[in-house]
Design a protein around this ligand. Sequence first.
Ligand SMILES: [Zn+2]
Length: 84
Amino acid sequence: MALDAQTVAKTVAFINEKWNKKECHLCGSNAWEINGFANVVLGDTTDKIDIGPTVQTLPAITVSCKTCGNTHFINAIFARLVSK
Ligand SMILES: [Zn+2]
């Protein structure tokens, strides 16, 4: 899902402020793409879980290296890129 322009701008500002090294640690490229939101399911076990309305997720914004596909998940709440 595409992010709105404001969220993209906030994500770029976050990366420029917080990422001390912007080169991909796998391939050395500095070509990144902000992909969109990903919701990571949180659980206390590695067992399969049923996704339901009470399942907690971690809202994240994914950023991928355009050269090798290395992908980072930025916690959108901790980084204050979205409100709760
Ligand atoms: Zn890379």
